[in-house]
Write a new protein. Structure first.
Lengths: 87, 179
């Protein structure tokens, strides 16, 4: 499996660290309430098909990436820098 | 007062030749990571201060004795001269001297040796002089830069010096044994 890092180009999977679903990019506000925080921290949909995930290019440039991957086929659809999504 | 002597990561190892390749420890001089602040325009001040271009991602500028090596997202490594303090206006300057093991691997089969250790296409068609990459050497996070036709600069954390030497020697021997 290879990922196309927007900074480094196409790289082997071993250079990356997998963090999980990209919900971490949608952090609730400090006063959003217990239900929103519970959802953010613990609840995941676990559906088949395309999933937005966070990967770190740990052994490369160090950037966090949002990778859209089909979890059934492992097809990589898009890779963008997490920095360009947030804010 | 006690007189302290600096030791290099590989303890001034003499150059080691195996097959047609040679491994040398090199002293890059002062090492400084330069991380530009958000929105700072560092290109012109860096060029004015050190006489070489600020490197684009995956590129290195300068020459032996004074290099600027792209070192990751929004960070480059100045190797050789001490940084001009004026650059602190544009970027965070952090001393990295003594933190990295630096070796030069050269020889006409250097690409074959590195092909066993680095998950990148380092052939000259893809990875020319002045190209650099952050990647891995075996399991070590590393910086790999082509500094000559058959010559690469390899850097890993200082604590990994022994493992780097071991892995490179094994790969050099294995390439040499294939004749």
């Amino acid at each position: 499996m290879r990922l196309h890092c927007p900074i480094c180009g196409e790289r082997d999977r071993r250079e990356f660290y997998y963090q999980g679903a990209a919900v971490m990019l949608e952090r609730p506000g400090p006063d959003a309430g217990a239900a929103a925080w519970d959802d953010y921290l613990h609840l995941r949909d676990n559906t088949a098909g395309d999933l937005d995930e966070l990967w770190s290019h740990d052994a490369g440039c160090g950037a966090w990436l949002r990778v859209t991957r089909n979890v059934s086929t492992h097809e990589i659809k898009t890779v963008v820098l997490a920095r360009e999504i947030k804010r | 007062m006690a007189e302290l002597m600096a030791k290099t990561p590989l303890d001034d190892m003499p150059p080691r030749g195996i097959g047609s390749c040679t491994l040398e420890e090199i002293d890059l001089g002062a090492l400084t990571s330069i991380s530009p602040y958000a929105g700072a325009q560092i290109d012109a001040p860096f060029k004015a201060a050190h006489g070489m271009a600020w490197p684009a991602p995956n590129r290195a500028t300068g020459k032996a004795g004074a290099r600027a090596i792209w070192f990751g997202r929004d960070v480059s490594l100045l190797a050789g001269p001490k940084p001009d303090p004026k650059l602190a206006e544009y970027a965070a300057l952090t001393d990295q001297s003594d933190a990295w093991t630096a070796v030069a691997l050269s020889g006409d089969r250097v690409e074959d040796v590195l092909a066993r250790l680095v998950p990148l296409d380092l052939s000259v068609a893809q990875f020319k002089r002045g190209h650099t990459a952050r990647s891995q050497i075996q399991h070590m996070n590393a910086s790999v830069t082509r500094i000559g036709t058959d010559r690469f600069l390899l850097m890993v954390f200082r604590s990994m010096a022994g493992t780097l030497l071991h892995d490179l020697e094994r790969a050099m021997a294995s390439v040499a044994s294939r004749g």
